[in-house]
Design a binder for this molecule. Structure first.
Ligand code: AHM
Ligand code: MG
Length: 336
């Protein structure tokens, strides 16, 4: 074996859990291994696109009125099945379904809730651009008398775990359980995620800004002023623009290289386009755990109380330097 690193995801999560909860019985690790299994299956289908018949639209719309890709439907089903059969997941909520799904026969059973975007950026899939799966785990609060909807609508700071799997030039999983952010690369020869990037930290300052600038005329004035500063060369900074249009891929680059990702309010999406519960919250948890900042332009994403499963939110996330600069244009100090 020589210098081959065999710190697998499964071993890592058991070790981390043990440090945090020495009495843990492995339930949580069992749940996360369900996500890993699902993402390996989804990743394999993504790799075979063009060879299999998974290409193209499914002929249906999702709850947002967006055209579903066949792979959206496939990824959703795989996650539902892999997590639904764990026995300890009581509620599942997905970008693709209007309401939370009660998993077990007894609706009060199942200690955990998993929310996910099964295939983020899927409009890019047919042109071979990276896509990803985003997930977030909460503990159930049924005992407090909450309805299923109320159980799912928890603030981001209550997340137990969050992460994503990026189906890129390699397949990577990046996750946190509130003890730093760790990255794993799928070794296709053994079918296992291996720890390759422990304790990831967002650089304090970067040189990349990432935004869909074609909407800039409809951005709020503070955003337009920030974009003007980014291009001004002030503070001896030469910024470059990179925008993939897949949140997972754009955030992954921001995590590794620093800088800022913005999806502001636009004329078309006055609340922003991204969804608070299963896109912004998990990304914000990862960003903060990696030393970065994530806000809606006013407050921390993780402090926001969701009012609806598919609620949209403006998302600004990245290095502390660029985020502070943005907030200076907003003229609201960062509430952290
Ligand atoms: P999706 O979940 O339907 O794929 O939409 C979310 C995607 C994000 O991945 C990405 O950041 C954004 O939509 C891109 O939107 P736009 O094309 O407006 O720039
Ligand atoms: Mg999405």
């Amino acid at each position: 074996m020589n210098d081959y690193n065999i710190e697998t995801f499964e071993r890592h999560i058991v070790d981390q859990q043990h440090k945090k909860h020495p009495d843990a019985q492995g339930d949580f690790s069992w749940l996360l291994s369900g996500i890993v299994l699902a993402c390996k299956i989804i990743g394999e289908e993504v790799r075979r696109l063009g060879l299999s018949d998974s290409r193209g639209t499914a002929g249906s719309d999702n709850v947002h009125g967006e055209e579903q890709q066949k792979l959206d439907v496939f990824a959703n089903q795989v996650l539902m099945e892999c997590l639904g059969s764990r026995g300890n997941v009581g509620l599942l909520a997905s970008e693709e379904d209007e309401d939370p799904i009660v998993v077990l026969e007894n609706p009060d059973q199942g200690e955990y809730i998993v929310v996910f975007d099964p295939l983020d950026g899927s409009s890019n899939i047919d042109v071979n651009v990276s896509v990803g799966t985003i997930f977030s785990v909460f503990r159930r609060s049924r005992a407090n008398g909450d309805s299923f909807d109320e159980e799912v609508l928890q603030c981001g700071h209550q997340q137990l775990a969050a992460g994503y799997v990026l189906y890129g030039s390699s397949t990577m999983m990046v996750y946190t359980i509130g003890q730093g952010v760790h990255g794993f690369t799928l070794d296709p020869t053994i079918g296992t995620f291996v720890l390759t990037h422990p304790n990831l930290e967002i650089p304090e300052r970067g040189t990349i800004y990432s935004v869909n600038e074609s909407y800039a005329d409809g951005f709020p004035p503070y955003c337009r002023r920030f974009l003007h500063w980014v291009k001004s060369g002030e503070d001896d900074m030469l910024y470059r623009s990179r925008y993939i249009g897949s949140l997972v891929a754009d955030f992954h680059r921001t995590l590794f290289k620093g800088g800022i990702f913005l999806y502001p309010p636009t004329s078309f999406f006055p609340q922003g386009k991204l969804r608070l519960v299963y896109e912004a919250n998990p990304i914000a948890f990862l960003a903060e755990q990696a030393g970065g900042v994530a806000t809606n332009g006013d407050e921390r994403i993780l402090q926001l109380q969701p009012a609806a499963l598919h609620e949209r939110v403006p998302l600004f996330v990245g290095s502390s330097f660029e985020m502070n600069k943005l907030h200076a244009f907003i003229q609201r100090p960062l509430k952290v």
